[in-house]
Design a protein around this ligand. Structure first.
Ligand SMILES: Cc1cc2nc3c(=O)[nH]c(=O)nc-3n(C[C@H](O)[C@H](O)[C@H](O)COP(=O)(O)O)c2cc1C
Length: 288
């Protein structure tokens, strides 16, 4: 059974929830901008993402306030033509939530949230020291999406990342950054060792799931993910399995067909797709 929803038939609250619950997880841009009096405004926005790398472009969706006036972030960006995106890490989750409250123009959310400002490299707008990554952006365009919604498109002119957030001193490491993402309702998510997934880059054009031996393709024990990992191999190996003796023991079991599929699934989960393939080739004729 499926629930089918047409945006125009939903009330604004439900339409918003279908939208933010469907596009998940969303990164959060915690944006610093300069107020007219030189003080700093800070607010979170999860209608946010990167859209290209050459040059690096980011965009933010900003709605009007419930009273129909413009949010301070948009007012400031339109005036100064710049903004800084501060990445929200796990330990900044509640300070971030605190700064989403509608403080009056000129009230410093930075102070309210107990944060520290440090100067930027190219922009006048400062950045939040406690955040692990800062993205200095120059305004490219404000695109009006409707009478209540605007899209701010910015070009990245500088990235700052704390040295201890790097993987092997070179790339941003999500396990160290622990970025917070927004989901539907009041749910948020972060990254740790338990939910970080690493996907192998296929070494060539894989044979595909449709070309797998039938007993694997039709298996209810192997998941679609297992089958895809097998199907990513351009040239599956055909020599005997390294674990041939284990396989021969399994083949003597009453439910050998199921047991061998479980063994293949285990090998794939351990990252040993090559051995999984050797086992498939070895047992193919016997279990079909
Ligand atoms: C996690 C989170 C994400 C948000 N994302 C957006 C968003 O994408 N667009 C938006 O207009 N408001 C968003 N808000 C609400 C703004 O943060 C809020 O209206 C804020 O008061 C705006 O501040 P400003 O008037 O200083 O710009 C979000 C709030 C939270 C807590």
């Amino acid at each position: 059974m499926w629930r089918t929803i047409f945006p125009e038939q939903e009330n604004p609250v439900d339409r918003h929830q279908w939208n933010i619950g469907s596009v998940v997880p969303r990164p959060i841009a915690w944006i610093t901008t300069l107020n007219e009096d030189g003080s700093v405004n800070l607010a979170p926005f999860s209608f946010f993402n990167a859209f290209s790398s050459h040059p690096p472009i980011v965009a933010v969706g900003i709605a009007l306030k419930p009273d129909g006036s413009q949010k301070d972030t948009l007012l400031n960006i339109e005036r100064t033509k710049e903004f800084v995106v501060n990445v929200v890490s796990e330990e900044l989750l509640y300070p971030m939530a605190l700064t989403s409250q509608p403080f009056p123009y000129g009230v410093s959310e930075v102070e309210k949230a107990g944060l520290t400002l440090i100067p930027s490299e190219k922009l006048k707008t400062p950045r939040v020291k406690e955040s692990p990554i800062h993205i200095e952006c120059e305004l490219l365009e404000v695109k009006q999406l409707s009478d209540r919604n605007f899209m701010v498109i910015g070009k990245v002119v500088v990235w700052h990342i704390r040295e201890d957030m790097l993987f092997k001193g070179k790339r941003p490491d999500p396990r160290r950054i622990k970025p917070v993402a927004r989901l539907g309702r009041l749910w948020y998510a972060t990254i740790d060792d338990n939910n970080l997934l690493e996907v192998p880059v296929p070494s060539g054009q894989g044979i595909g799931i449709d070309a797998l031996p039938r007993f694997i393709r039709d298996s209810k024990i192997l998941t679609l993910n297992h089958k895809a990992l097998l199907g990513m191999e351009p040239e599956p190996p055909s020599e005997e399995p390294v674990t041939k003796e284990v396989v021969e023991t399994i083949l003597q079991a009453n439910n050998a067909k199921e047991e061998v599929q479980k063994y293949i699934a285990d090998l794939i989960e351990q990252g040993n797709v090559q051995e999984a393939w050797r086992v498939i080739r070895f047992v193919e004729k016997q279990v079909c």
